[in-house]
Design a binder for this molecule. Structure first.
Ligand SMILES: [Zn+2]
Ligand SMILES: [Zn+2]
Length: 310
């Protein structure tokens, strides 16, 4: 009885063991196949390579391919910020470029009274004439706004050349200052009359053209501004052509800029100024502009053209 009971129980347990083992095999088989392809991607690569017959070359080429691809990718990434660095330096250089031309602009106000241009092509305006206020230096009229630097210049010229006489005595003198429109018209008319006397039968137009070469047409003389003066080295030398040889005149040419004056009609700029070489005619333009013009050897017209071009 007990043996049969035992054998029956043993048969039941054997059945369950078999069933369980079958189930386990089934579970292992299902999960095993599911797990295999996951890990099999790594193994499938050498498997296919082994099928191709190049088991070592295939993985060797894929591995360096990955490292080669990734290494240039990282070098491209490092070169990319390298190109962005010069990109930031380029706008840095453009910023000072834009700041460089800006400072000269506010430095000079070209409409300032002391920068007024009068020459054969630029007549003095009636509006400007109305603003002129005059005073006298050794009997000649000049603009009140430049009389102090003018007096200082004449004084310093005398002091600096006291010992070098060479027939020159006393202080340098202003022999021509401000001229009114009427004065300039009288000068011009006198010139025309002299030409007509010297050349009888000359036409009015020809006489006018000849006169204009020696005397400024009324309205175009810088002397009408009150900012121009003719200076002779001393009282004995009213022959203006002799001035270029005089020590005091040379001192004025070298030092006039310190007082705000320029030698207005240089020898090498007659085409630009429209006026012959005049080593006695000085024009007030202020110390800054005078220093720039005299140090660079340019004339007022050239300086103005540069400023207007900016
Ligand atoms: Zn002299
Ligand atoms: Zn003059």
């Amino acid at each position: 009885m007990s043996k049969r009971k035992n054998s029956a129980a043993a048969q039941v347990t054997r059945f369950f063991i078999v069933l369980l083992s079958v189930c386990l095999i089934g579970i292992i088989a299902i999960f095993g196949f599911k797990l295999l392809p996951v890990g099999g991607d790594d193994t499938s690569a050498p498997d296919t390579s082994s099928v191709l017959g190049e088991p070592t070359k295939a993985p060797d080429t894929t591995v360096p391919d990955i490292t080669v691809v990734t290494s240039p990718d990282t070098t491209v990434d490092t070169t990319a910020p390298d190109t962005t660095v010069p990109d930031t330096t380029v706008p840095d250089t453009t910023v000072p470029d834009t700041t460089v031309p800006t400072p000269p602009e506010p430095t000079y106000d070209l409409s300032a009274w002391y920068l007024t241009l009068v020459n054969p092509w630029n007549k003095l305006s009636v509006e400007y004439i109305d603003t002129i206020e005059l005073t006298k230096v050794n009997g000649k009229q000049v603009d009140v706004r430049m009389v102090e630097p003018l007096k200082q210049m004449l004084n310093d010229c005398y002091e600096a050349n006291k010992t070098t006489k060479n027939g020159c005595e006393g202080k340098p003198l202003v022999c021509s200052g401000f001229r009114s429109q009427a004065t300039q018209e009288n000068l011009f008319t006198k010139k025309i009359n002299n030409i007509k006397k010297a050349k009888p039968g000359i036409s009015d137009d020809e006489a006018y053209a000849l006169a204009a070469k020696e005397v400024a047409i009324p309205g175009t003389s810088e002397h009408q501004l009150g900012l121009a003066v003719d200076i002779v080295c001393c009282v004995e030398h009213y022959n203006l052509d002799a001035q270029k040889t005089k020590v005091r005149q040379q001192w004025l040419i070298d030092n006039c800029h310190k007082y705000g004056f320029i030698l207005r009609y240089p020898a090498d700029k007659t085409d630009v100024t429209g006026i012959i070489y005049e080593p006695w005619h000085y024009r007030y333009v202020g110390v800054e502009v005078a220093t720039e013009i005299m140090s660079r050897g340019i004339c007022f017209e050239e300086w103005l053209a540069e400023q207007k071009a900016q």
